[in-house]
Design a protein around this ligand. Structure first.
Ligand SMILES: Nc1ncnc2c1ncn2[C@@H]1O[C@H](COP(=O)(O)OP(=O)(O)OP(=O)(O)O)[C@@H](O)[C@H]1O
Ligand SMILES: [Mg+2]
Length: 336
């Protein structure tokens, strides 16, 4: 769908404000837009052949430029105020009973959300994502740094606090992995250190069992590789201080490393999960029952020891998985 307001922006002005847009247009090989031409006029004036060569249609180009522009503004907005904490004030569960909770989560914390299927884990993540103010089915309120966030933060999509990881990243553009990360780094950090792109790619490769080269196209990445690239990208480049993860179940990603990476960046991480390895890795876990927060538990010493044992089992499983994938036999005795 054409966004007429955005299409009426003058290209050279946009590029001056946000140089990464110029870089993106250049990467499509479409040449420099003439001065005083709006984005819409410029796109309409391109030959169909040139557009086809760029590998995208006009709407896609417009949509992508708009997406980039929003990201850059979000990055700048996030600099306005550091998020030190999120506070969840209870609402009511599905039975209408009051949820007696005031839970504050600080930067650098991992908090897991556990509970049966359909209990309301994703709903809680949704409340945080929208910084609910009693306006969702749960009636919860979510505060940022102890205060109600301004409407500009709550409703403007381009000032989002939250990065949500989902598996389907829609790559609309046929760039190499390196070009893709380069573009993100440029948009988010402006002038960036030369090795940050290499670090994102190395980190993504660290997270996935199936390594990939920097010069393959992003459209050729597998689900697990895409996921790993997104996690590395969010951890090292994203401006969002809050990361919400709904069920990472993808076996192709080293979840332990992924979490360490996200947390070392002083982000607030919330993960809904059914997986004991993840559930025990948070410092605290929220137990959801009937749509309400029934309990908030700290992970105990004994549970941490259980986690170590589970990690050893998991490492052995990963090793066996890798060997089977590589066409090997697993006949050597394994001690459990
Ligand atoms: N406090 C509540 N009041 C009213 N409706 C609620 C409440 N909490 C959750 N719900 C609703 O219950 C349904 C199931 O919740 P949700 O999808 O969050 O479950 P889940 O724990 O994520 O399940 P799964 O483990 O299968 O992903 C949703 O429609 C959600 O909006
Ligand atoms: Mg869910």
């Amino acid at each position: 769908m054409i966004d007429t307001a955005f299409a009426s922006k003058v290209v050279t002005v946009l590029v001056a404000e946000q140089p990464c847009i110029g870089e993106f247009l250049a990467s499509l090989g479409l040449g420099a837009p003439p001065a005083r031409t709006t984005l819409g006029e410029w796109l309409a004036g391109l030959s169909d052949e040139a557009v086809a060569d760029a590998g995208m249609d006009r709407d896609h180009i417009l949509g992508h430029v708009q997406g980039l522009s929003k990201e850059v503004r979000a990055m700048r907005a996030a600099d306005d105020e550091r998020v030190e904490s999120l506070t969840i004030l209870g609402g009511r569960n599905k039975l209408g009973e009051a949820e007696d909770v005031s839970l504050t989560i600080r930067a650098g914390e991992i908090v897991c959300i556990v509970g049966p299927t359909g209990s309301g884990k994703s709903r809680l993540l949704g409340d945080i994502e929208s910084l609910a103010q009693g306006d969702t089915p749960t009636g919860r309120r979510v505060l940022v740094n102890g205060r109600v966030a301004g409407d500009d933060r709550r409703f403007a999509v381009d000032r989002k606090l939250v990065a949500q990881l989902s598996q389907n990243m829609n790559f609309v553009v046929d760039l190499s992995v390196e070009e893709f990360v380069e573009m993100h780094a440029h948009c988010r950090m402006g002038v960036h250190q030369g090795d940050v792109v290499a670090r994102v790619i190395a980190c993504a490769n660290d997270l996935t069992g199936e390594k990939f080269a920097k010069d393959i196209s992003v459209t050729q990445l597998s689900g697990g590789q895409t996921r790993a690239l997104m996690i590395a990208d969010v951890a090292l480049l994203s401006a969002s201080p809050v990361v919400l993860i709904d069920e990472i179940e993808n076996a192709g990603v080293d979840r332990k490393r992924a979490l360490e990476l996200l947390v070392s960046k002083d982000k607030i991480v919330l993960i809904s999960t059914h997986d004991p390895l993840l559930a025990l890795r948070g410092g605290r876990r929220i137990v959801i029952r009937n749509g309400g927060i029934a309990e908030v538990m700290e992970t105990s010493e004994v549970e941490l020891r259980t986690l170590r044992g589970l990690e050893e089992i998991d490492a052995k499983l990963m090793d066996i998985r890798d060997r089977l994938r590589g066409g090997q036999r697993v006949e050597a005795e394994i001690e459990w």
